[in-house]
Design a protein around this ligand. Structure first.
Ligand code: PNW
Length: 466
């Protein structure tokens, strides 16, 4: 880490990110029907603190106030997602105008604030009626996604700066259908691979649908949580274990989406799990639509080594027999994730070397820590004199923004960085117990309270430098 100031390229985008189910609440308002996460939350034991998304950060009603916070932060972009069950509440039913109108208000307020919307169409809140028909294991879901994407393009028109089809299909497929730790809670590697393929297909069809409405100029992206997998040693066995993990963590998405083809090693390695007959002729070409930017979510690296005694049965990913995940090292965040900013630097540098014409954007990065609110008369007046001192989140933020700077210096083409998250929010199977916000939410009162990390991000974003 250098102590010198690094100025980011002109036009570099600083933003904050959230996702509909994690912040909106208003679960039963304006015609919204259940998503798979509403169903999943209703089963005792699925969410560690027994909570759900019924209220969350009440963003559905408080977006104006939160856009004011973003103005104070000085960010140029907001990465948000659309709740599919607000837009198409019934199977095959009409588009719900009340849902559309809500997002039009948000998008218009953002425009007025000079904040560019980076809109994710799918951040895991699949309509429950589609899960009832098989969810992502069913090919029809990809087709439904394209219809939904086209309807949004038509309704939002030029209000969206960047369209992101999917957030982290890795999680949607492998946690949703592989380990069952996320909604819909299915544990079946064959379904997980079908889900991978149908998510990929949904992405390709979705890009086509948006461009069919808005033309080739529509800026299209997808967000992947590519795993920065490191092998425990240089031994051929450990390197093979890493290659096996990479195949299913990264290549299964990058191959078709960026290169228009699956690495045949994937088919071979998953023999006995599935025969991939769901991959029909022509699918790979549909999936490989040209992209304007690739979104990367990064939190921590994973370490693996070869261990023939390890069964892959409980791995979220398929075909991981003999691949042992190693425990994270160093000071862990509240998620029990390691802190390794070099992982972000290396990931960006390697991706840019491999895909030199594809700009990258860090669409999520952040850390969870328990926070405490202090009274602080020295705090800037807009904080109202209450502040959270969160030195660990500040240090994580600084180190990771530095890592992005290092990647850019090493030649990576990175066009933006989004802090996860604007607000503390519903952290999926961990409920409200983990706080990722750079602004705190008091869930009793819905009060927003500045954290030092928010102030630090404000400094970075305003200076375009670290
Ligand atoms: C991402 N894992 O989720 C999501 O995009 C966010 O919605 C989420 O809040 C954030 O990261 C922090 O977790 C993940 O278990 C959730 O490996 C779980 C995992 C990875 C990413």
């Amino acid at each position: 880490m250098s102590a010198q100031t690094f100025t980011f390229p002109e036009g570099f985008t600083w933003g904050t990110a959230t996702a509909s189910f994690q912040v909106e609440g208003a679960a039963h308002e304006d015609g919204r029907t259940d998503s798979i996460w509403d169903t999943f939350c209703a089963v005792p034991g699925n969410i560690s603190d027994g909570s759900n998304g019924d209220v969350a950060c009440d963003e559905y009603h408080r977006y104006s106030e939160d856009i004011d916070l973003m103005k104070e932060l000085g960010v140029g972009a907001y990465r948000m997602s659309i709740a599919w069950p607000r837009i198409v509440p019934q199977l095959g039913g009409p588009v719900n105008q009340a849902g559309i109108d809500h997002y039009l208000r948000v998008l218009d307020d953002l425009r007025e604030a000079g904040i560019k919307p980076v809109v994710t169409l799918y951040h895991w809140d699949l309509p429950q009626y589609l899960q009832d028909a098989g969810g992502w294991a069913n090919r029809d879901t990809a087709k439904r996604f394209a219809d939904y994407a086209g309807a949004l393009a038509k309704a939002f028109d030029d209000r969206v700066d960047t369209w992101t089809t999917l957030n982290e299909p890795w999680c949607a497929a492998y946690l949703g259908y592989g380990s069952g730790g996320h909604a819909p809670g299915i544990k079946d590697h064959a379904q997980a691979l079908a889900a991978v393929h149908h998510l990929n297909l949904a992405h390709g069809l979705g890009v086509q649908a948006v461009r069919a409405e808005l033309g080739q100029e529509a800026k299209m992206s997808v967000t992947l949580n590519l795993q920065m997998t490191r092998a425990a040693s240089d031994s051929a066995e450990d390197q093979a274990a890493k290659a096996r993990a990479d195949l299913f963590a990264n290549e299964v998405f990058l191959g078709p989406m960026v290169e228009g083809r699956y690495d045949p090693a994937i088919f071979e390695a998953s023999q006995g799990v599935t025969d991939w007959s769901f991959n029909r002729p022509g699918d790979e070409a549909i999936i490989g639509q040209p992209l304007d930017v690739l979104g990367i979510n990064y939190y921590a690296p994973t370490y693996v080594r070869a261990n023939p005694a390890v069964s892959g049965a409980d791995n979220a990913m398929p075909a991981q027999d003999g691949v042992e995940g190693l425990p994270p090292k160093g000071e862990l965040t509240d998620m029990d994730w390691a802190q390794e900013p070099e992982g972000l630097r290396d990931l960006l540098t390697e991706l840019s070397a491999r895909f030199p014409s594809l700009p990258l954007m860090v669409t999520e990065n952040g850390s969870a820590w328990q926070d405490e609110v202090s009274a602080d008369p020295e705090a800037p007046s807009f904080t109202g004199g209450k502040i959270v001192h969160d030195p660990k989140r500040v240090a994580y933020l600084d180190a990771h923004v530095r890592a992005v700077a290092d990647a850019i210096e090493a030649g990576a083409q990175v066009t933006g960085y989004f802090a996860w998250s604007l607000l503390d929010n519903f952290e999926w199977a961990l409920g409200y117990s983990k706080r990722f916000g750079i602004i705190r939410v008091d869930y009793q009162t819905q009060e927003r309270i500045w954290k030092d990390s928010g102030l630090r991000f404000r400094q970075i974003a305003r200076a375009n430098a670290i």
